[in-house]
Design a protein around this ligand. Structure first.
Ligand code: THU
Length: 136
């Protein structure tokens, strides 16, 4: 239990640090994400915007890509940190992207103001597989 709380704290700290590396000159909305792989290693991401706007990529997808690029496809949990009154939740594209690797992963939404909300991807994005492929 104590170990789990410590691990969660480390994930929140990593996402908070990653948030400060966000490249968000167009929205000024900095987002940090951190996930724990099945290897116990933390992989992080931040949003990276583009002049085209449409090519901008969210912090969550950057973290997933970092993990997969390092050979880790087993994603255990995800933390997202924003500076908003209520912690922001992932966009539809990110929900779909994360579901590819673990449709039930626990997701912790955090604001730098200290507010935390707990969800699972299964709840935020139900029927991840059945929706598209029609399988159970
Ligand atoms: N953004 C994320 O990176 N993750 C989220 O969960 C919400 C939105 C980014 C996309 C864009 O760079 C900026 O935040 C404003 O939407």
């Amino acid at each position: 239990m104590v170990k789990k709380i410590e691990e969660e704290k480390h994930l929140i700290e990593a996402a908070t640090r990653a948030r400060l590396r966000a490249y968000a000159p167009y929205s000024s909305f900095l987002v940090g994400a951190a996930l724990r792989g099945g290897d116990g290693i933390i992989y992080t991401g931040c949003n990276v915007e583009n002049l085209s706007y449409g090519l901008s990529i969210c912090a969550e997808r950057v973290a997933v890509c970092a993990s997969v690029a390092h050979g880790m496809r087993d994603i255990q949990s995800m933390v997202i940190v924003t500076d908003s009154e209520r912690p922001a939740s992932p966009c539809g594209a990110c929900r779909q992207f994360m579901a590819e690797f673990n449709a039930q992963m626990p997701i912790l939404l955090c604001s730098v103001n200290g507010r935390i909300e707990r969800h699972s991807l299964g709840e935020l994005f139900p029927r991840a597989q059945t929706g598209i492929l029609g399988r159970e």
